[in-house]
Design a protein around this ligand. Sequence first.
Ligand SMILES: [Zn+2]
Length: 433
Amino acid sequence: MPYIAVDDTDSVKGMCTTFLLTEIIRIFPNLDVIGYPRLVRLNPNIPWKTRGNAALSVRLGKGRGEGRKIGEIAGRSIYAYEKGIEAGDLNEIYEKVRELVEKLAVFDDEKTNPGFAVSANKTSQSLYWKAVRKIVSVEEAVEELEKSGALYKAYKNRRGLVGSAAALSWRPKRRTYELIAYRYEERWGTPREVDEKSVIEMDRSFPETFDNYDYRNKYVAITPNTPCPILYGIRAIGPERLEKAHKMVKGEKAERWVIFLSNQGSDDNMLGKRIFDIQPYESVVIRGKVAKAPVTIEGGHVIFSISDGSGEVESAAYEPTKEFRETIRALVRGDSVEIWGGVHEKPYTLNIEKLRVLGLEKNRVKVHNPRCPKCGKRMKSTGRDGYYRCRDCGIKIKGGEEYREIPRKIEETWYEVPVCARRHLARPLRLLR
Ligand SMILES: [Zn+2]
């Protein structure tokens, strides 16, 4: 049964590859969806990505057994089947998908480089791990597609083949689901009407969903900020009640909706590393001590550095991470931490997504110089090497200052950026355990 994969058809100005995938399902009304359509997020740190760096795939065939409803497209209920039998001709499917991609992809955007593949086989699993953690070249993707016997086509700089090949290689381990609802075409590009109160109600009613609403920043996180066809997306750890959750959201009516199986919230991009070994564009987990205390720079970004003995790396909580910066500011030199984050090349900085505090230093400030051991008066600092001298007696000593301990505003536990700043692949802490 053929797999169809597509990547990089959208731009910041419009379209959305997930929408294109719903169109692929729509134009094959005589075929069933086998398994769930897949929304596969790839390395979020690469600079040439369009938006969320998502690749899509779907398997079509003739379903066997009982189907589960996974969506509604153009008035038709869409069912997915666990198992199916061969149906549809690979070459015909390829031709129809090609026409669709050429009709819908945003070719005039410099950053959009569409590609798609139709294949009877999957590509090797190692490709997925490389595509989510590192950088895959077009040549590597082509080699994998050739090995799997895929029919494929790419446009412009052919980058879309990388996502297409990677989407065909994902074997779900840590998985989540996302119900994506789409707008009527005449509304594309206009402000979305999604009732905030109903989003909160939905969030509270369905604890298996996540990242719907940022309570502190009063931010609806299910709606995108681009003029794309998406109305909203509801993420969950299980698909069973997503349709119900979707029906609870009030506002403009969705033209269609589909539930995708996804690697979102999987942390699959994260790699445990020593600091000397960090490469640009990776997402890493490092352990070390705070080497330079946090400072707030222009724009409200908070910067500090971590050292693990093998090297030192600058780490940042940028302004969009809001109250998370307060947590970071509470760190002092010497604290032991584990940092989860993506590496930017310019500036070469670790962009923090999760923080685990492993050990806290005592934070103390000097409140008094030592007293003279002979006359008991406060001594004066000599200004060098921590020595003090008594003006009256001439005695010189080292140390003996009086300190006050400042209570720490941070604990030995996990912290994460707020919902409004969460990246697609980041696993929310409440799902970590
Ligand atoms: Zn003295």
